[in-house]
Design a protein around this ligand. Structure first.
Ligand SMILES: Nc1ncnc2c1ncn2[C@@H]1O[C@H](COP(=O)(O)OP(=O)(O)OP(=O)(O)O)[C@@H](O)[C@H]1O
Ligand SMILES: O=C(O)c1ccc[n+]([C@@H]2O[C@H](COP(=O)([O-])O)[C@@H](O)[C@H]2O)c1
Length: 216
């Protein structure tokens, strides 16, 4: 048997799988993050990729413990989850998925993708990352296995020059210099975060006195 006759049926099967997935509504985007707090940058990016790639939905997946950054968040997952709920409440194609929070421990994306693939074997997954994360991809846990499980979709971020060593699809979305760390700093200094986070998130932060000192 020649290499050609071996490869052709494999390619055919993959095309069928992608077509079937697209017909059955299984084109799924994922925005994973710490969401401490979720902000308008996250929403803009998710909506931009949803539209550009004609996806069926976007899963927002808050991590339990960020994989590489020690002490990145001191805020419990429960509060970050509550803020994500507020942030996406008015968008029917945005969904909260607590897969990483429920699993606990370090939230390696490769583990999440394996679990999601088991849950919905037909789905095609698109994992959205900002340009800062594109540069970090070589350090991700089991990255060579991960790139076989998911397509990375990258968006540009002000102040970051991306150098992508792994295949990513670039999607153009409006670039906004909004970051969770910037918002935490503003709250700590008593500055307004209006128009940087959805109103529901701003209200939650105020009501629960988040970031006023200890979490910033
Ligand atoms: N303004 C933005 N533009 C493009 N991508 C963004 C933006 N903000 C966050 N992202 C991307 O969203 C994902 C989740 O980000 P995360 O929840 O860590 O927020 P963050 O603003 O980067 O947080 P921090 O400032 O605490 O590092 C990452 O892939 C990140 O690159
Ligand atoms: O799996 C990894 O090794 C890995 C390393 C860094 C980041 N990630 C994921 O990338 C997403 C964005 O990360 P962060 O630190 O910007 O919140 C989030 O879902 C993380 O779990 C994953």
């Amino acid at each position: 048997m020649t290499a050609h006759t071996v490869t052709a049926p494999v390619i055919g099967t993959e095309i069928k799988r992608v077509l079937l997935a697209s017909m059955q509504g299984h084109q799924i985007g994922i925005l994973g993050g710490t969401f401490n707090p979720p902000h308008l940058g996250h929403l803009l990016v998710a909506e931009g990729v949803y539209n550009a790639l004609h996806l069926n939905k976007i899963l927002f997946i808050p991590d339990a413990t960020p994989p590489h950054i020690q002490g990145k968040h001191a805020l419990p997952a429960k509060e970050r989850v509550a803020m994500v709920k507020e942030a996406i409440a008015d968008n029917p194609h945005f969904c909260l998925d607590q897969i990483e929070v429920k699993r606990g421990g370090k939230s390696y994306t490769v583990d999440t993708m394996k679990e999601l693939k088991r849950r919905d074997p037909l789905a095609q997954y698109y994992f959205i990352i900002g340009a800062d994360m594109v540069n970090d991809l070589p350090n991700w846990h089991q990255i060579d296995e991960l790139v076989k499980l998911v397509t990375f979709v990258a968006v540009r971020r002000p102040g970051v020059t991306p150098q992508s060593q792994y295949p990513v699809i670039w999607v153009d979305v409006p670039q906004v210099a909004i970051s969770s760390s910037g918002i935490r700093r503003r709250v700590e200094k008593g500055e307004s975060i209006r128009y940087l986070v959805p109103d529901g998130v701003a209200a939650y932060i105020k009501e629960h006195h988040l970031y006023e000192k200890q979490h910033a």
